[in-house]
Design a binder for this molecule. Structure first.
Ligand SMILES: Nc1ncnc2c1ncn2[C@@H]1O[C@H](COP(=O)(O)OP(=O)(O)OP(=O)(O)O)[C@@H](O)[C@H]1O
Ligand SMILES: [Mg+2]
Length: 254
């Protein structure tokens, strides 16, 4: 079978998969829209102040959620090639973290990043990798809201010719029997209206399409770690130069 027909078949399989889940996805979207409508009504009846800020934050989170669902569905159905260029993986991680940093502060989550001083250069679509990192971050955020001790640590380093990034949260963790299942499309343990179960399956597809791997390890009750591994752009050290030792930088958000 040629490449075009096998891609076509894969696309049809994805559409069929979405087709089977249409009612859940529509239900999910309607729940978020109901939340938006509810908070808008509440907003119109409150004075300016803390209560108003709270409703606005909830509204914005609900809009974010709709966008994320839409993006994930598009990505899942269309898949396909995205433009890949040299990227510094550190920049993608920092950008994704920044977009959630005020929420982390608000929710009392301590975030620390340990990234090397020198770039982690990979060939990638920054849009797609941002989506992977963002999916991992929002999952961790969701889990951390359920526990008292809220810590999220991101550690990036080079290992041979690979860039490795570990995202570790202090949430409840994942039971061993689900460590692989979490990457299946539509697997979710979230309540109705809170998750479609697409985030990690899309993320793994994207990472594998970049020649990398994405997996999870966890000890139930002791948090979860998602490990992202990508091939590094190879750098030939110049003659007579020894590579600088890698130092780790710590950046604490809250
Ligand atoms: N950091 C984590 N700690 C514990 N469980 C997790 C973590 N991240 C993911 N999971 C588990 O993996 C499941 C699947 O995650 P995935 O991101 O694919 O879907 P979702 O978050 O449920 O929904 P969606 O991402 O589509 O909104 C989650 O429902 C949860 O059970
Ligand atoms: Mg998710």
């Amino acid at each position: 079978m040629d490449k075009a027909s096998s891609e076509q078949i894969e696309k049809i399989a994805r559409l069929a998969c979405i087709g089977e889940s249409t009612s859940e996805i529509v239900h999910e979207l309607r729940n978020v829209l109901a939340a938006i409508s509810g908070f808008t009504q509440l907003l119109s009846g409150v004075e300016k102040g803390q209560q108003q800020d709270k409703y606005i934050r909830k509204l914005l989170a609900a809009v974010d959620r709709c966008n994320q669902i839409a993006k994930n569905i598009l990505e899942f159905t269309q898949g396909g090639e995205a433009r890949k260029e040299r990227q510094d993986l550190r920049g993608i991680i920092i950008k994704a973290l920044r977009s959630k940093s005020s929420v982390f502060v608000f929710d009392n989550i301590k975030v620390s990043t340990h990234l090397p001083d020198r770039s982690l250069e990979v060939i990638a679509s920054d849009f797609q990798l941002h989506q992977v990192v963002f999916n991992i971050i929002i999952n961790a955020h969701y889990e951390l809201l359920k526990v008292e001790h809220k810590v999220f640590v991101i550690r990036g380093f080079k290992q041979d010719d690979r860039a490795i990034v570990e995202f570790t949260d202090s949430g409840k963790g994942i039971p061993e029997r689900n460590l692989e299942k979490v990457f299946e499309p539509f697997f979710t343990t979230k309540h109705e209206g809170e998750g479609t179960g697409l985030g990690l399956s899309i993320s793994r597809n994207i990472v594998e399409d970049h020649g990398g791997r994405l997996w999870a390890r966890s000890e139930e009750g002791h948090g979860a770690t998602f490990v992202l591994e990508l091939p590094l752009v190879s750098h030939e050290p110049e003659a007579g130069m020894t590579p600088e030792p890698q130092r780790l930088k710590q950046e604490v958000y809250s």
